[in-house]
Design a protein around this ligand. Structure first.
Ligand code: 3HC
Length: 706
């Protein structure tokens, strides 16, 4: 069966693309479109054509899974179809519902007109895949909306609503009944004459001030640190204003090919699929319906609890915020109000939306008010005794069907669950701070957590606009368990001779939003000393440094005291010889000779230990897939998505190199840094993460024989 159906209504041919899930422009769809258009052109009974899609959406772009395969290059290419559309003497109307994205919008832009339903969204999101629109988007869109709006749309990748698209002239009309409206519109064009193709309209490209592009490059440089695609997009839109249409299309095609071959594109496409894969939990019955979550309790009105309350209220779910005293509740609610007010002032939340959300947040000190909640999330400080006491109270106060969740960032979920009579309904839901901003939702399954609870919490993540990932129960779960190796190496390198500025500069030029030491300064060094002392006690034979302790002794607790690894003027961080002197003195104290570091060594020592620990998580089943770990790090720790995540990066660097680094660091730091059997075997046999299942089976087989 063809992916594109052909039928004639009156004198209008209707081409219906039907290629679930998102009608992407794979080879079969392109072949179907070509055949349908060829047929309509020669069909004497046809005066106009409508291009429409079945299912939930208009064409959502090129087929991303075809990238790098022969299918992507096979004719008909998207450009061939566009040539046919633009050459057609019979007007073609694109009928848009759902999302017209990337190649989908580019095909629509080659049609004579576009009609859409009010709920439709249109955009060119290629930048999110490390690409630029490669089917004329940078050439046609500026012709309709002008170069400035086109730059905003294409460099952000954010879709616009149909109403905005109508204002801008991207679509011609909004209709209620899409197919009937589009057929009537197409028939009208056949009678009255179609407008000029977009390619022939270049009045918006005349007299563009060249300074626009210089300014835009500066703007993009600030926002998209280290990424290539946004800069190439500016080049293309500039070329569209400067060159005749055909040459601008050729310029765009060359830039697209360059980006398609880039590591950034590979990293971002890996990330795209990893995020979607992470939602799928092997072993869960496919017919398992998530439990509806209509009312939620959040225990603890501190920064974390308040942020979590906002997440639910933003999604239209009623929240009861619980704390021990009225004062704590007032303070918490005050912070929430302030956060909404700032967001309204910035223009990122409409006042009415903030009001609606605030109205959904109710406060109480009385657990008796939790008798009708579907979910309770505890977000108090990290103390097992306190958490267990709260869970015992929640178990008594909430209905039997309610899910009880802890926002702990590393404590044992089973130990928390043991305080209840419903361990199968207990789960970890680890939000990252600030919870209303950070996308990651690390859900932690305990030994007894039921499949229904897992399915519910994973579905809830999407409903809340978060990125959910399922983790197993261990100290630190997926993300924080790895973090200690990253920050640990940052500190060991300081002792050996690197400076805080150098370590942070390397991490930031790699693409991290903030270097590990600046990050510590931000989150307060004194708070860190408790965890560090516990770790020294737990691993007495491991290498350790006392830099943080020495800094704190000198009154340097980080940003809050205006000095830590750095000194601060306002929020501006500056190198500080005093901090360096403390570090150097500690090197002497430990008898370590200081030496120079290359940026490459710093990069490898920071990031390779993450990969090593990630491999151990795969070995233990803490993470289900290497991609899940990447999703955790991109969304919870601002690891650059264009590097695909730490595991993808590690594989690109070579797992043999990662394993060799782990051997070296184990000798220097302690056994915990050594590679595990999985990484060793992958490295020895030259296999990658896709072979994890097979290697683990091999290793299990060998253990049984032994
Ligand atoms: N190609 C191939 N598969 C795609 C796809 C695409 N363009 N877009 C989505 N899919 C797949 C997803 O992988 C997922 O597969 P799975 O069910 O096996 O996991 C399935 O479609 C459903 O996707 P979502 O889970 O994301 O569904 P949502 O309903 O949440 O969102 C969407 C739908 C808004 C269309 C979202 O999928 C999306 O943003 N897709 C990407 C759009 C895009 O980037 N288009 C540009 C492509 S590049 C391009 O067009 C180049 C051109 O300029 C030449």
């Amino acid at each position: 069966m063809s992916a594109v159906a052909y039928r004639v209504e009156g004198d209008v041919a209707v081409l219906t693309v039907d290629a679930p899930p998102v009608n992407a422009l794979g080879l079969a769809v392109r072949q179907g479109l070509l055949a349908g258009l060829d047929r309509a052109v020669v069909d004497d009974a046809v005066a106009a054509v409508v291009l429409i899609c079945a299912g939930s959406t208009f064409i959502a772009g090129a087929d991303i899974s075809e990238f790098g395969t022969a299918k992507a290059l096979a004719e008909p290419r998207i450009r061939t179809i566009q040539d046919l559309l633009e050459a057609s003497s019979k007007p073609v109307v694109a009928a848009i519902h759902g999302t017209a994205l990337g190649g989908g919008l580019e095909v629509a832009l080659a049609c004579h007109a576009r009609v859409a339903v009010a709920s439709a969204k249109l955009g060119l999101p290629e930048v999110k895949l490390g690409l630029l629109p490669g089917a004329g988007g940078t050439v046609r869109l500026p012709r309709l909306v002008g170069p400035e709006v086109a730059l905003d749309m294409i460099t952000s990748g954010a879709p616009i609503a149909a109403t905005r698209a109508l204002e801008l002239g991207v679509i011609d009309v909004i209709v209620e009944d899409l197919e009937a409206g589009a057929i009537a519109y197409a028939a009208g064009l056949a009678t009255d004459g179609a407008p000029l193709p977009v390619m022939a309209r270049d009045e918006r490209l005349r007299d563009v001030d060249p300074a626009l592009f210089a300014d835009y490059r500066l703007k993009v440089g600030k926002k998209a640190r280290g990424q290539i695609a946004p800069f190439r997009i500016v080049d293309c839109v500039e070329a569209a204003c400067r060159l005749p249409g055909a040459e601008a299309l050729a310029f765009e095609a060359a830039a697209f090919a360059e980006l398609l071959a880039s590591d950034q594109r590979k990293g971002l496409v890996h990330y795209f699929f990893a995020e979607r894969e992470a939602r799928k939990i092997p072993g869960l019955p496919t017919d398992l319906a998530p439990q509806p979550i209509r009312k939620v309790a959040v225990i603890g009105a501190g920064l974390m609890g308040g942020g979590i309350a906002m997440v639910f209220a933003n999604a239209g779910i009623a929240v009861t915020l619980v704390d021990v005293g009225q004062e704590a509740l007032e303070r918490g609610l005050g912070v929430i109000r302030k956060t909404y007010a700032a967001s309204v002032a910035r223009g990122s939340t409409p006042q009415a939306k903030a009001d609606r959300a605030l109205a959904l947040i109710h406060t109480t000190t009385d657990y008796a008010e939790l008798r009708d909640v579907d979910l309770a999330i505890e977000a108090v400080f990290e103390n097992m005794g306190v958490k267990q006491a709260i869970f015992a109270r929640l178990d008594a106060a909430t209905p039997a069907h309610a899910i009880l969740a802890s926002n702990t960032s590393g404590l044992d979920i089973d130990a928390i669950a043991s305080a209840t009579l419903r361990p199968e309904r207990v789960i970890g839901i680890h939000f990252f701070s600030p919870a209303n901003v950070m996308k990651l939702m690390e859900n932690v399954r305990g030994a007894q957590t039921s499949p229904e609870v897992i399915a519910t919490v994973m579905a809830l993540g999407r409903q809340l606009g978060k990125v959910p990932v399922l983790a197993g129960n261990c100290d630190g779960f997926i993300g924080n368990r790895m973090l200690q190796y990253y920050s640990g190496e940052a500190e060991f390198m300081l002792i050996e001779g690197a400076t805080p500025e150098q370590v942070d500069r390397v991490a930031e030029s790699f693409g991290m939003a903030m270097g590990p030491l600046a990050m510590r300064d931000l989150s307060a060094l004194d708070l860190n000393t408790v965890v560090r002392a516990a770790r020294r006690e737990a691993f007495p034979d491991e290498r350790c440094t006392l830099i943080v302790e020495r800094l704190v002794e000198a009154g340097r607790c980080g940003q809050k005291t205006s000095k830590g690894y750095y000194r601060y003027e306002g929020r501006t961080r500056l190198p500080d010889p005093e901090a360096l002197a403390i570090i150097e003195a500690h090197s002497r104290e430990l008898g370590v000779a200081r030496r120079a570091f290359s940026d490459e060594e710093i990069r490898d020592r920071l990031f390779m230990p993450l990969v090593n620990e990630g491999a151990k998580e795969l070995e233990e089943g803490i993470a289900l897939r290497a991609g899940d770990i990447d999703v955790v790090w991109v969304n919870g720790y601002a690891f650059p998505a264009h590097r695909g995540g730490p595991m993808f990066w590690g594989e690109q660097m070579g797992l043999d190199k990662v394993a060799a680094m782990a051997e070296r660091l184990a000798a220097a730091n302690g056994e915990r840094w050594a590679p595990g059997p999985l990484l060793r075997r992958l490295a020895e046999t030259g296999r990658g993460w896709s072979a994890v299942g097979e290697v683990l089976a091999e290793l299990r087989g060998e253990m049984q024989v032994a």
